[in-house]
Design a protein. Structure first.
Length: 629
């Protein structure tokens, strides 16, 4: 059966006797997911014709303040913040930002975990038409600096514990005002004044240089009380956030997310048929600097009137206690957190029958993990299967999900959300391992690149039109498709099965995806490195997953232990926190394959040179790396 791309070709194919029928609806299928859309049988009829509401995100929150004013919007430790209080705080914070001079199109950067004040800020800036730029505060100083420069933020909101780091780098950026947040600011009275290092942190509040001034959140909030501001009018595709993602380069990639894209994600969840009611509890443990944390962890539950249980930092060993205490109907955990939940003593005999969606995401899980997770849920009274999914920052977060037991299959990520079209397209690799993309759509059960078109796609990469054109491509059907860079396959029921990243990537024992080329890029900058290749190496003590190993040919005869320390320091300033080489092998000559290129397979399987294994320690905000001789 030939590949088709446009409707009139599909009409011709319908005359062919080889046309198959959808097993549930008896609808004739042409063999291409973009035309058949077999997943629609799992949703209400006509759902694909729905239009995303045209309004600003914050407007729905204001509506909730009038319809469900006393429902708890945010639960933060011992503090309950109702929808009415949330709306008042959004307006007050908007006034404070407006008084500071923030206006439509301006960027405000955040190096914080998820806190109530950050949620107020995002919604307040959304109402002003300003852009929230979320940066992982755990990442290296050089990477944070690059992010601040790329978004051209003049105002930065940071967690107080990161102030020493921020203070070292802001002079080289356009940042003028630095607003400091404490994780204790929103605690109930009597509990918000005791925290470690308070005196040292307060010294920053009095600091003012020729370019930068520091202000704590209570003063910032108070300054806006006697000021008045107005919301901007809704505009189509108005940018509202920038989220930074790692990838195949050491330079951070800023993804521009529109107001419409975030609206569409929340609306698709509503259309999906998943049960939801005002006041339903949503356990939010995903940080805002991950788009999932913003889109599915904050915007979606608040737009649907849920109670958002905000946990800025999760104690992995206490996740069972957290679920038992709050009894949420919805949560999303990464694979390690879900494993900890399943093994938690707090879950012994626990009743989880209230759960509507128990999600696991952020990286892949094995078939055995999936089976164990579903057995765990079933044995604790939950009637819903594991809420798996697939998404991409460039796609607006979640693209495919298990929205009901019927949409699940072992090993699959579920089916496309109602307004998305997902299909598989042919690709090839050039001699350098770069993807050669196409708009040749493959039929069911064929392996190719996963592509998606729909209302949640990013606007573009920040300041990078060339890279944007590589991944956002107009096909012969006239639609713009996101080429994800992941390979996979889809069956006749519309269920997606996801493979790994196309190109050189490993999955660590803690299920974290690490791209290897950026590590090579950083290490190659060292003056004593002639050549470097990074591969994956089995991690002792772990059954699955690999750690990055840097194989190095030196220019000069130097102390290798000191060199490794210098290389670690370079990586920690330029790369995401966990994306560093854990092993260092030194060779006189790099092995090459018959093609004349580096023999990565040999480097991965063999150790023929001197191997140095430094101790790599990672903390939540500051990375400490020491070397064992």
């Amino acid at each position: 059966m030939k590949n088709l791309h446009i409707e009139n070709e599909a009409v011709e194919l319908l005359k062919n006797e080889s046309v198959v029928l959808d097993r549930k609806t008896s609808k004739k299928m042409v063999g291409l997911a973009s035309i058949d859309k077999p997943w629609l049988k799992y949703y209400k009829e006509g759902v694909e014709k729905e239009s995303v509401p045209s309004d600003l995100i914050y407007e729905d929150i204001l509506k909730s303040a009038s319809t469900i004013p006393n429902v708890v919007a945010i639960k933060y430790f011992n503090r309950n913040i109702t929808y009415l209080e949330l709306a008042k705080n959004i307006i007050a914070v908007r006034n404070a930002y407006s008084k500071m001079g923030i206006k439509k199109g301006d960027a405000v950067a955040f190096t914080t975990p998820t806190l109530p004040e950050v949620i107020y800020s995002f919604l307040a800036l959304n109402s002003l038409g300003a852009i929230s730029c979320f940066i992982d505060p755990r990442t290296g100083a050089e990477r944070i600096k690059k992010c601040l420069k790329s978004c051209n933020a003049k105002t930065l909101v940071t967690i107080d514990l990161a102030l020493p780091l921020i203070d070292r780098i802001v002079e080289d950026t356009n940042v003028r005002e630095i607003i400091s947040l404490s994780a204790t600011n929103s605690l109930a009275n009597g509990l918000n004044y005791v925290y470690r290092g308070k005196d040292a942190i307060e010294s920053f509040f009095k600091k003012k240089t020729l370019r930068n001034s520091y202000i704590n959140w209570p003063k910032f909030f108070k300054d806006g009380k006697n000021f008045s501001s107005k919301s901007v009018n809704y505009e189509e595709k108005m940018p509202t956030a920038i989220v930074y993602t790692s990838g195949t380069s050491s330079d951070p990639k800023g993804v521009i997310v529109s107001n419409d894209a975030l609206n569409a994600l929340a609306y698709q969840y509503e259309l999906s048929g998943v049960e939801h009611h005002p006041g339903d509890k949503f356990l939010n443990v995903m940080p805002l600097f991950l788009l999932y944390g913003l889109a599915c962890g904050v915007v979606m539950p608040l737009k649907l009137g849920m109670t958002n249980i905000v946990v800025p930092q999760v104690d992995f060993s206490k996740i069972g206690d957290l679920v038992l205490k709050h009894k949420p109907k919805y949560f999303m955990l990464n694979p390690i957190l879900f494993d900890n939940l399943r093994k938690s003593k707090a879950m012994e005999g626990a009743d989880l029958s209230q759960i509507v969606s128990a999600g696991v995401g952020g990286s892949g899980i094995t078939h055995n993990q999936e089976i164990d997770d579903n057995l765990f849920l079933e044995s604790h009274g939950c009637k819903k299967r594991l809420g798996k999914g697939y998404g991409a920052t460039e796609g607006g977060s979640a693209l495919v999900a298990v929205t009901s037991n019927e949409t699940d299959a072992l090993g699959s990520a579920g089916v496309p959300l109602p307004l998305n079209t997902v299909s598989i397209f042919k690709y090839d690799l050039d001699e350098d391992g770069e993807i050669i993309r196409s708009d040749e759509e493959l039929s069911y059960n064929q392996v190719g690149e996963i592509c998606v078109t729909g209302p949640t796609l990013m606007t573009s990469y920040l300041n990078n039109p060339e890279l944007t054109k590589k991944v956002l491509r107009k096909h012969r059907d006239g639609k713009t498709w996101l080429h994800t860079g992941d390979y996979g396959t889809m069956n006749e029921d519309g269920k997606l099965f996801v493979g790994n990243r196309i190109g050189r990537m490993i999955i660590t024992p803690d299920s974290h995806n690490v791209y290897l080329p950026p590590i090579e890029e950083v290490i190659s900058k060292h003056k004593d490195v002639e050549e470097v290749a990074v591969v994956g190496r089995d991690a002792p003590g772990f059954e699955k997953g690999k750690r990055p190993k840097a194989v190095i040919v030196l220019k000069n005869n130097v102390d290798k232990y000191n060199l490794v320390q210098e290389l670690l320091e370079m990586q920690q300033t330029e790369l995401p926190e966990r994306d560093v080489a854990y092993y260092y092998e030194f060779l006189d000559k790099m092995p090459v394959a018959l093609s004349g290129k580096v023999d990565y397979k040999k480097l991965e399987k063999e150790i023929t040179g001197e191997l140095i294994e430094p101790e790599v320690k990672i903390s939540s905000l500051i990375k400490q790396k020491t070397l064992k001789k």
